[in-house]
Design a protein around this ligand. Structure first.
Ligand SMILES: NC(=O)c1ccc[n+]([C@@H]2O[C@H](COP(=O)([O-])OP(=O)(O)OC[C@H]3O[C@@H](n4cnc5c(N)ncnc54)[C@H](OP(=O)(O)O)[C@@H]3O)[C@@H](O)[C@H]2O)c1
Length: 284
């Protein structure tokens, strides 16, 4: 029997990559217009119509700075939306794969963050994602929380597209060089989520819980920008200047270190991190 995977947030970076991915299963990919995860009536109708075997939630409020003053909206989507999904998954006895973020950490750790490290978000976005993690852990046994970081893709808005736009407009760019993390392609995240879904749907056992997945190796925004312009080519006159976080104040505070240790997903599920530079080549 063909099994089906319900994908929410199909209009976003990861959601789009999920929607266009190859899978032996039926992918029901719905964007926000087709399914608003904060609307339980709509959600009930979708679950009833499609009877999915697993749900992958790629829908989220991801405006890190805007969340500082759109607090209610951030929590409505990132916490309450996940609560809705968890409740429908519990009733239907199906698992939920939920994406989370490196911004649940405060960045004070020396070294990469493991799944068991305490979470302590610095901003509203991180707090809303952290609350979703906590409620999911308390309400649905079959859940997998995949924390990732610094997502980029050819679609949507992200650092790669912002850099290429600004690089065409300005002669010099100051880029933050004291925040450390791992850029990760939306495509590789989608691949991992579908691999996990496939594993579940083909009856392999899964240790539910929190996993980290990002591309490697760690870098800074400055290091990422340098590689973006190198690969894009043609920006010979553009001057890139490394700056500190304090020289580029933003409404939301970001962790100085949000490097995720991905050894658990490799040991438990055999999934190895991809190179972000190679993923970037495909995107550029
Ligand atoms: N982007 C990053 O750097 C990053 C880093 C770490 C973790 N993550 C996590 O990875 C996941 C995917 O991120 P992404 O970069 O793909 O985000 P994205 O491009 O912003 O996509 C999120 C999608 O969710 C949709 N959405 C918003 N509210 C919704 C609602 N109430 N119901 C249904 N859909 C809704 C958005 O639609 P609209 O565009 O119409 O609002 C958008 O299409 C998220 O859980 C995010 O927290 C992202």
């Amino acid at each position: 029997m063909t099994k089906s995977i319900l994908i929410t947030g199909a209009g976003g970076q990861v959601g789009h990559e999920l929607a266009i991915a190859a899978s032996p299963h039926r992918l029901i990919a719905l964007d926000r217009r087709q399914l608003d995860i904060t609307d339980s009536t709509q959600l009930a109708a979708v679950i009833e119509a499609h009877r999915p075997h697993i749900v992958v939630n790629a829908a989220a409020y991801t405006q890190v700075d805007r969340a500082e003053h759109e607090i209610e909206t951030a929590f409505a989507v990132n916490r309450n939306g996940v609560a809705n999904l968890a409740e429908f998954c519990r009733q239907a006895k199906i698992p939920l794969l939920q994406l989370s973020t490196d911004y649940v950490f405060d960045g004070s750790k020396k070294g990469a963050y493991c799944e068991t490290d305490p979470i302590a978000p610095l901003g509203i976005y991180g707090a809303s994602k952290a609350e979703a993690e906590t409620l999911l852990q308390a309400s649905l046994e079959k859940h997998l929380i995949l924390r990732t970081s610094w997502v980029f893709s050819a679609s949507g808005s992200n650092f790669v597209k912002t850099m290429l736009r600004l690089g065409g407009e300005r002669e010099a760019l100051g880029i933050v060089d004291d925040q450390h993390g791992c850029p990760t392609s939306a495509r590789s995240i989608a691949e991992v989520l579908l691999q996990i879904a496939d594993r579940y749907l083909t009856n392999a056992t899964i240790e539910w819980g929190v996993y980290h997945y990002c591309n490697s190796p760690p870098t800074t925004w400055f290091g990422f920008a340098r590689e973006i312009f190198k690969q894009a080519g043609g920006y010979h006159d553009l001057e890139l200047k490394p700056i500190t976080t304090s020289e580029y104040p933003t409404p939301a505070q970001r962790p100085l270190n949000s490097i995720l240790d991905c050894s658990k997903i490799e040991t438990e599920l055999g999934i190895r991190p991809k190179s972000w530079a190679e993923e970037l080549t495909r995107v550029i």
